[in-house]
Design a protein around this ligand. Structure first.
Ligand code: ATP
Length: 355
């Protein structure tokens, strides 16, 4: 059996509100699958349906090959880590982690062994007797992870577990979560609205929009081959340029004509073209004439971010404004606003989406 979770025809309504339409989704064994999407798109609802905290209005939930639709949360091989940790403040770290095993009335020596193992996994062996109030946010989240993993769930559900942490700790914890995933044979389903987290962590990303699945794929596939305008805009930074696609395989944009064969399903007519900022070349325009294939622009705004420089550039069409991203060479200075530049595009990286 290679699938950990199979959801078929899952929908959820609250009165007149449809939180989830008909969702079909398969989660493979041992993968990290991310549910990504804007606020209110149904990520948490889907997660809670897998956990058993929420009953679907229609559909079937299979976990580990077993129909679990009507099973109570405690009877599913699933544990959940919450955004706000939900730790017990009146218990120390050891007792927080031991809680589930004590409920299951496991023998004392087994509890001790398993809790120690779980604390070792999250690198908190020396924090056993600390109170929860004496922990940093990152440490508290590790306790929450240990408390879930000590039950050796087949599936670990993580609902925005890093949302309360600051950026640096979040990046560190992402790597920790990856390491913990490698060291345990567990399927991880991770909810986030942060596309960077989804990209760093996921084997596959499920992009949700208004209660439905917009696209599923690996991070690189999602980034380079978004199928819809929503997916192109939500997953990574991009420029959306209005243009026209001709059947002869030519994309006409306000600043040039490019040979490009769009994917099947795109007919001749008006299109939106997604152009990733880092695929646009930018050079100072030195002479009056531009090289073949280049088009003119003027820098409007420059943001130096250390490892890259982001330019906003005004180009033909008057009001059209492109974002370009350049890697700085050591010691170089970013071009200031007002600089005339020559831009080039790589039409092979265009994503043409019917308008
Ligand atoms: P966020 O990122 O803001 O947490 P989300 O993608 O997790 O959002 P859900 O919490 O799944 O979104 O909510 C999906 C929709 O269902 C929202 O419109 C929300 O208001 C609604 N909803 C969720 N729970 C309930 C409830 N118990 N009663 C009524 N409506 C609900």
């Amino acid at each position: 059996m290679t699938n950990s979770i199979e959801l078929t025809g899952i929908s959820k309504s609250y009165g007149n509100l449809t939180a989830l339409g008909k969702v079909d989704l398969t989660v493979k064994r041992n993968e990290i699958l991310t549910l990504l999407g804007p606020s209110g798109c149904g990520k948490t609802t889907l997660m809670r349906i897998i956990a058993g905290f929420e009953e679907p209005t229609t559909g079937k939930v299979m976990i580990d090959g077993k129909d679990s639709t009507a099973l109570a949360p405690e009877h599913r091989p699933v544990n959940m880590v919450f955004q706000k940790y939900a730790l017990f403040p009146h218990l120390d770290v050891f007792d927080n982690v031991a809680f589930g095993l004590r409920l299951k009335k496991k023998p004392k020596d087994e509890i001790k062994r398993e809790v120690n193992k779980a604390l070792e996994l999250v690198q908190l062996e020396s924090f056993k007797s600390r109170w929860i109030s004496e922990l940093s946010g990152g440490q508290a989240q590790r306790v929450a992870l240990a408390r879930a993993l000590v039950n050796r769930p087949a599936v670990l559900l993580l609902d925005e577990p890093l949302a309360a942490l600051d950026l640096k700790i979040r990046h560190h914890m992402l790597n920790e979560i990856k390491r913990i995933h490698e060291e345990t044979s567990t399927t991880f389903v991770y909810v986030t609205h942060d596309q960077d987290e989804a990209m760093i962590l996921s084997d596959r990303v499920v992009l949700l929009n208004k209660g439905g699945i917009e696209q599923i794929g690996g991070p690189q596939e999602m980034y380079w081959s978004p199928r819809t305008l929503f997916a192109a805009k939500f997953f990574g930074d991009t420029n959306i340029v209005n243009g026209t696609y001709g059947v002869s395989g030519v994309v006409e944009l306000p600043f040039g004509r490019y040979a490009h064969t769009a994917k099947s399903g795109v007919g001749a007519g008006p299109v939106n073209v997604s152009i990733r900022p880092e695929t646009i070349g930018l050079e100072p325009a030195l002479g009056a004439t531009l090289a073949d294939g280049a088009f003119a622009g003027k820098v409007k705004d420059t943001s130096f971010i250390g490892n890259r420089v982001i330019y906003r550039v005004e180009v033909a069409g008057g009001t059209l404004d492109l974002k370009c991203q350049q890697l700085p060479t050591p010691g170089s200075h970013a071009l200031p606003p007002g600089t005339n530049v020559a831009l080039t595009c790589k039409p092979e990286s265009f994503v043409v989406i019917p308008a």
